[in-house]
Ligand binder design. Sequence first.
Ligand code: HCI
Length: 394
Amino acid sequence: MFQNLKAQPADKILTLMQAYRDDPRDNKIDLGVGVYKNAEGITPVMRAVKAAEHRLWKEQVTKAYTGLAGDPAYSDAMISLVLGDAVARENVAAAATPGGTGACRQAFELIQMANPDARVFVSNPTWPNHLSILSYLGIETIAYRYFDDETRAVDFGGMLEDLGAARAGDVVLLHGCCHNPTGANLNAVEWQAVIDLLNEKGLIPMVDIAYQGFGDGLEEDATATRMVASQVPECLIAASCSKNFGIYRERTGLLMAVSQDRSQHGLNQGTLAFLNRQNFSFPPDHGARLVTMILSDDALRTEWAAELEEVRLSMLDLRKSLADELQRLSGSDRFAFLAQHRGMFSRLGTTPEMVEKLRADYGIYMIGDSRMNIAGLNAQTVPVLAKAIIDAGI
Ligand code: HCI
């Protein structure tokens, strides 16, 4: 049996992570995998998470199974974090999932179950794992224009034109904030135009929100998702706690199915629980319990939000100093987009050959499509990266 297996394509992001680890140079710079790092290059356990873990260790008396959809208190806390009061709680079915990836996977399976003919429209580019999972499930994907290589902003005209080709019942995958891999995002007026188009054509949005709090702020980053959820008849939302709670390896995510038709709620909730049961029975609980504890305790929540804000502002600072340094070295504004982008990533917009040159000659690791993890920088490495970009001739 095993001899029939075929080697599968490796994940480019994880391959690069390994290559960085194997590089003996001590001046190497890791701008690869999307993990927040502080100025010391460490991905810390957040203060509120440590405190919640401590409390959990003292207070938890059982590790018996939760429900198939996870602890309802976790769903309540996360629905409120992501959706605020944009949608009534009774309109939202939700299930805990292993990370945001798990939420995406379950969402895609639900789409396939509900409408095997649905095609999923994905931004060009999108997170590679979206494409990988969709292709694994045999779901047809259609790319819509998104990133403008010239301006390094959203090609909004192209996006609307391409979405115009979708059929009623097709799904449109949107990044709620902090687009991965480009860092380029829609403004509120553009979001509204997309929502109007979705409604006009009967398209179903699926919002992937993995970086809430990393862009313009916790509430601000949820605005687009809330606009979508409150204005369309139904949508799916895949949320991740990996980055904003710094609990990557705990695998903590939530899939929400929002329907304006309340009579759908039981069926939606039952389907989410069923899908969890088919794939892994019960979702991981440790991270979800920490998140619930933090979001429901005033002191922990304040501490968490303050640290998240420090993280957000530190990335904004790095963006600004990189853009300034490149402005100084190049004598032009052609890198100003770096300060406009939001979230952890920016697509530099250069060739794979240049990305390889930066790796080979300067020990700078970014993804082949020139996606940089801004959080991989610090005050010392910003000028090093800027000089390398100019010296390499980008
Ligand atoms: C990212 O770097 O895009 C997010 C982190 C990640 C990368 C690959 C698989 C899962 C998560």
